[in-house]
Design a protein around this ligand. Structure first.
Ligand code: ASP
Length: 440
């Protein structure tokens, strides 16, 4: 019997979690028994490092095609949308639905964090408080803090326009690449057909070649996912996790509402695709997003899957997914809102209604600015914290548990792109998302 790819990936993930847990459990015992130079310690470190290396190779091979795929797919999308009126219409719908899901996501987060009060004394005992305060001094925390403190909202807005498009490509700045592709696509569409046709034909060939590379990489995805997850689970410390359990559960509950209420509603409202087909088609993408914690690295798989398995037309897929990978980060926006109110509760800072409303807007915008990379949302969280006067050092505290939450919100972020692509296709064709057109 031939197993579908998403089952293989799921098995890889499950086995990786089991091996990671084993390494995590035997690790401390082996280290204290054998001392730092023991053979078993070396074997243990080797196992973790080898998995880390292979996992990184898998993730890097996806990242390697992300920029060319955005560039080519977006130019083609704009070319095949034909006229600029249609581009404006699709763009308007896309941004409109993105905005609706983002604001509803943050609202859900704020509602839950105010109801549950995970930062209140009900959930955090004085001892846990002390332990958490101690975590403020860790090295990784100070690294994120340094990155976070250098983020300036004005610069982010200014840098939307690249001063040199090739430099944007080299640095892999997704927002700038989208803007470059958009402008070049529009420019080409305005040229007479006989001038633009050969350029589009060449780009089409390149785009197809990259899609083929994605398919190839996906064949090794079960192993890649296995290797990515082993070191994560093996290195995860569970001590601080328990004192932040209420915070984690609040975020996870919010993510579940987005994933299983908001997105299905969007798909149902605007398309005729069944929710079952939607989630079944997306299984591979979600598993890659979960294990890589990067929506930018997952983008090539998202584009291929939304097009081939959900049957969304190629132009709409490329346009919506490429934009979405940069600006549609509902899971991140929710986390930033929940984390801000959680830290305010922790530091006993009273937030007024107006401040909470301002969090809605700042969280939506700082999520847009968050890069689709692991912990990308953590760096931008500082903007939301500052806007309501919550000490930014609090980030260090929640960093300890962010690994798992990051994996889950990345799944939500990519699912959002797919849901909106299906919705926009639905409003365009009247025969939305249609049936899946290709098998795995
Ligand atoms: N890892 C997330 C993503 O790539 C961003 C975040 O940290 O929230 O979508």
């Amino acid at each position: 019997m031939k197993l579908a790819l998403h089952w293989k990936i799921l098995i890889g993930l499950g086995l990786g979690i089991v091996l990671g847990l084993v390494l995590n459990m035997v690790g401390p015992g082996v280290r204290s028994a054998a001392g730092p130079d023991g053979l078993y310690v070396a074997a243990l470190d080797f196992a973790i490092n080898l998995n880390q290396l292979l996992g990184d190779l898998f993730k890097r091979s996806l990242q390697f095609i992300a920029v060319p795929i955005i560039l080519f797919a977006m130019i083609l999308a704009i070319g095949s949308l034909g006229d600029l009126k249609k581009l404006g219409r699709i763009g308007g719908k896309t941004v409109g639905i993105f905005a609706c899901t983002a604001f509803s996501s943050v609202a859900v987060g704020l509602l839950l964090v105010n109801l549950i009060q995970p930062g209140g004394s009900r959930f955090i005992s004085p001892e846990a408080r002390e332990k958490l305060m101690a975590s403020l001094q860790t090295e990784s925390a100070s690294k994120v803090m340094t990155a976070a403190k250098s983020v300036k909202p004005w610069d982010l807005a200014r840098e939307i326009i690249p001063t040199n498009p090739f430099d944007a490509l080299v640095r892999g700045d997704m927002m700038q690449v989208v803007v470059f592709a958009l402008l070049l696509g529009v420019g080409l569409s305005l040229l007479p057909r006989e001038r633009s046709a050969p350029v589009f034909a060449a780009i089409e060939g390149l785009n197809e070649a990259f899609i083929l590379i994605v398919r190839g990489i996906m064949h090794v995805a079960p192993y890649g996912v296995f290797c990515l997850i082993v070191p994560i689970v093996a290195n995860l410390g569970f001590a601080v996790l328990s004192s932040l359990a209420a915070y984690c559960l609040t975020v996870l509950l919010g993510l579940a509402v987005i994933q299983f209420v908001i997105y299905p509603t969007v798909v149902k409202l605007f398309s005729r695709m069944t929710i079952r087909d939607f989630f079944k088609g997306l299984a591979q993408v979600q598993l890659v997003a979960f294990s890589s914690s990067s929506s930018a690295a997952t983008l090539p798989v998202t584009i291929q899957t939304v097009r081939d398995r959900l049957g969304v037309p190629a132009d709409i897929t490329s346009f919506v997914c490429a934009m979405g990978a940069k600006i549609n980060m509902d899971g991140t926006a929710l986390m930033q809102a929940v984390a801000t109110v959680f830290l305010a509760q922790f530091y006993a800072i009273e937030l007024s209604m107006t401040q909470q409303i301002s969090i809605v807007f700042t969280a939506v915008f700082s999520a847009i600015g968050s890069p689709g990379i692991p912990s990308g949302g953590m760096v931008m969280l500082v903007i939301v914290l500052r806007s309501v006067g919550v000490p930014a050092d609090g980030i260090a505290m929640i960093l300890a548990v962010d690994r798992v939450l990051d994996m889950c919100r990345t799944v939500v972020n990519v699912t959002g792109d797919a849901a909106v692509a299906v919705a926009v296709a639905g409003t365009e064709s009247g025969k939305p998302g249609s049936a899946p057109t290709a098998a795995a």
